[in-house]
Write a protein that binds this ligand. Sequence first.
Ligand code: HEM
Length: 181
Amino acid sequence: MKGVIFNLFEGFVSEGWGEEAYEALLDACPLHTQEPFVGPGTYPDADMIALVTKACERFEVTAPDALRAFGTYCFPQLASKFPKFVQGYDHPKAFLMSVHDIIHVEVRKLFKDAVTPSFVYQDPAPDRLVIEYRSERKLCYLMEGLLDGVSDHFSVAIDRVQTQCVHEGADTCVFELRFAE
Ligand code: HEM
């Protein structure tokens, strides 16, 4: 996973629980990485899993709740780091439909070794969008938080229902979204 995501995780923990809490978390985790995480670097997913698992233990939150909260924290940060990806969109539906074919394609050009998830869209009605999320990392809880962050960013309520989940034995995760007027 890219360093930029590890750096966001540091910000998430430091802003929520203090910088010392993040340092203590690093000390308590047997990480593969000894050097500081830098944005363009690529680090083992296992290190992120170790950090999230330890954070959940220390701050007494479940992994799904922690990943949702982290996703909601991440979106405005990504949007301000990469403004060109959000400019030009005034509705979350068109924006979300650009993530697979535009944003994550550009992300893979910008960041060597980035591995982004795969999205397949269905567009059943003007106020609806179905996103099928597929990733070896199975981060659908992060995806939920990111969707909430997108809703906040565009000030459009998004009602989201996850109709299937890999954590419950399905092949992929499916999100059915309905946008408020
Ligand atoms: C400005 C917009 C965005 C940028 C710059 C961006 C960038 C990135 C980057 C750098 C990664 C890490 C890849 C890696 O570490 O190998 C990532 C992963 C991911 N992105 Fe995006 N992203 C954006 C928007 C979104 C949105 C709106 C969603 C979903 C609604 C999304 C869903 C995900 C998920 C779920 C992952 C985790 C990796 C996985 O599931 O395999 N991203 N993105």
